[in-house]
Design a protein around this ligand. Structure first.
Ligand SMILES: Nc1ncnc2c1ncn2[C@@H]1O[C@H](COP(=O)(O)OP(=O)(O)O)[C@@H](O)[C@H]1O
Ligand SMILES: [Mg+2]
Length: 401
C-alpha cells in the first residue's frame, strides 16, 4: 500500500460548479494538514484569481466551458502572483496542454479524477515548498544542440571547465542526456555511480548524499552517467530533477545542463528555470531548419525571452556557403557567438579526456569557449536572477500510469 505522507498546504478550489467544489472538498478533507478554501465562479469573470487577495499554497482549478479564457488569464498573470496550479478537466488536446503549460500548471488531471493522482500532485507541491526554504542562488545554463553532433556536449563541458579553472567559480555540470550522455568521457572519468542513481534516491537526497554521486575535477563537480549504466528506456522524473537543481543551487554559483535535443516535458521544465539557453548550431541547411524549430518552440511555447537565448555557431567556417547573415535570418536571432572549427585540437582533447584549457590553452577554439564562459558569468556588473527568484511554474506532466 502507498505510504500516506503528511501534507500541509492551504488549497484553493476553483470551479463554476458547486457540486464539483463540494466533491473535491469532501475528498481533500480526508487528509489532515490541508486547509481548504473554495471559490465558486458565478459571474462573468474568467480570471480564476479575480478577487483572490491572499495566495494559497496550491490552486486546484476545475476547467469549465470557459477553460480557454481561464487559462489565458492565468498565463497572463506574472508567475510570482500565481500559486502552483493543478488543473482538472476532460482529456486535454495539444493546444489545451500548451495553454495549461503557459498558465504554469504543474499537473493536468483528467476526469474522472483519480484520487491518488490528486494527492500525489499535492505531495509534490508540498515537497517543493520544503525544498525551497533555504536561500539558494545559482545561474542555470542549458545547452541544446540543433542536431546531434553540433557540439552541445563539447561546449557544455568546456564552458564548465573554463568557469571553474579560469574564472574560479563553483560549478556543477549535469548530464540530462539520459540515454546517450557522454560527459564523463570528456574528463576521462569512469564513474561507478552517477545521475541515474542519484535521481533514483532523490527522496533521500541532501547535500551530503549528493556529494557521493558527484565526481570532481578541481572546482567542477560532474554528475553524469555511470560507466556500467544500462540504456534507460523509461524517462526520469521531473520532480527528482527539480530536487537535484535546488540542492545544487545551494552549493554552486553555476549549474550547467547538457540537454538532449528532444524538447520533452522534462526539458521544458529545466529550460523554464534557466537563466541562459545556449542553442548550438552549425552552418548547414538541415541544422538551421531544426534550429529554427527549436527557436520557435523556445520563444512561442516556452515563453523564453529572446535575450536569454545565446546562439552559438560552432565549427564556424567563414568560407562556408551558409553565411552568418543566413544564420541570423533563419533564426531571427541577434549576433551569434562563434566557435571556430579545430578538428585536431578538439579530437585530441576529447580522446585524452583533457578539457581544452588543459590541452591547448592558447588555441583559438579555447579562447572562444572562454569568452562564452565569461559571457555566461556575466561580468562584475551582472545581477543574476537566482534560481529562487525565477518562476518555478511547471509544465504539464503526463499522468503517471
Ligand atoms: N569546434 C569544434 N571543432 C572541431 N570539432 C568539434 C568542435 N566542436 C565539436 N567537435 C566535434 O564534434 C563531436 C560531437 O560533439 P558533441 O558535443 O558530442 O555533439 P552534440 O552533443 O551536439 O551531439 C565532438 O566529439 C568533437 O569531436
Ligand atoms: Mg550531446
Amino acid at each position: 500500500m502507498r505510504e500516506c505522507t503528511d501534507i500541509r498546504l492551504k488549497i484553493l478550489l476553483i470551479s463554476r460548479r458547486k457540486e464539483v467544489l463540494e466533491a473535491l472538498q469532501t475528498l481533500l478533507k480526508r487528509r489532515p494538514g490541508l486547509t481548504i478554501a473554495r471559490k465558486l465562479v458565478v459571474n462573468g469573470h474568467v480570471d480564476p484569481l479575480h478577487e483572490v487577495t491572499e495566495l494559497p499554497d496550491a490552486m486546484v482549478l476545475h476547467l469549465g466551458e470557459t477553460w480557454r479564457a481561464e487559462l489565458e488569464a492565468l498565463a497572463a498573470t506574472p508567475a510570482d502572483r500565481r500559486p502552483p496550479l493543478i488543473v482538472i478537466g476532460s482529456a486535454p488536446d495539444a493546444p489545451a496542454m500548451r495553454l495549461a503549460m503557459q498558465a504554469g500548471a504543474r499537473d493536468l488531471l483528467p476526469l474522472p479524477l483519480v484520487e491518488a493522482d490528486l494527492f500525489a500532485a499535492l505531495e509534490r507541491i508540498a515537497r517543493d515548498q520544503q525544498a525551497l526554504a533555504p536561500a539558494a542562488s545559482a545561474a542555470v545554463t542549458v545547452f541544446i544542440n540543433a542536431k546531434g553532433g553540433c557540439g552541445g556536449t563539447f561546449l557544455a563541458c568546456n564552458v564548465a571547465d573554463a568557469l571553474t579553472s579560469r574564472l574560479h567559480k563553483r560549478a556543477v555540470l549535469l548530464d540530462l542526456d539520459v540515454q546517450f550522455g557522454t560527459i564523463p568521457l570528456y574528463f576521462d572519468l569512469f564513474p561507478a555511480r552517477g545521475l541515474l542513481q542519484a535521481l533514483e534516491n532523490h527522496t533521500q537526497l541532501d547535500e551530503a548524499a549528493l556529494g557521493g554521486y558527484l565526481h570532481r575535477r578541481g572546482k567542477l563537480a560532474i554528475l553524469g552517467h555511470a560507466t556500467q549504466d544500462r540504456l534507460p528506456l523509461e524517462g526520469i522524473s521531473a520532480d527528482a530533477v527539480d530536487t537535484l537543481l535546488k540542492l545544487c543551487a545551494r552549493s554552486y554559483e553555476h549549474i550547467l545542463i547538457d540537454l538532449p535535443r528532444q524538447l520533452d516535458p522534462l526539458a521544458c521544465r529545466v529550460i523554464e528555470q534557466a537563466e541562459h539557453v545556449v542553442l548550438v548550431v552549425q552552418q548547414s541547411v538541415t541544422v538551421l531548419r531544426d534550429a529554427a524549430k527549436v527557436m520557435t518552440c523556445l520563444q512561442r511555447d516556452l515563453l523564453v525571452d529572446p535575450g536569454r537565448i545565446l546562439t552559438v555557431v560552432n565549427r564556424h567556417d567563414r568560407r562556408s556557403s551558409i553565411s552568418l547573415e543566413h544564420v541570423r535570418s533563419a533564426l531571427a536571432c541577434s549576433e551569434p557567438i562563434l566557435v571556430p572549427n579545430d578538428y585536431r585540437t578538439v579530437e585530441e582533447s576529447v580522446a585524452t579526456g583533457q578539457p581544452l584549457l588543459a590541452h591547448a590553452r592558447g588555441a583559438a577554439v579555447t579562447r572562444a569557449v572562454g569568452a562564452l564562459a565569461e559571457r555566461l558569468d556575466g561580468g562584475p556588473n551582472n545581477v543574476r536572477r537566482s534560481l529562487l527568484s525565477r518562476t518555478f511554474s511547471k509544465v504539464v506532466k503526463p499522468r503517471a500510469s
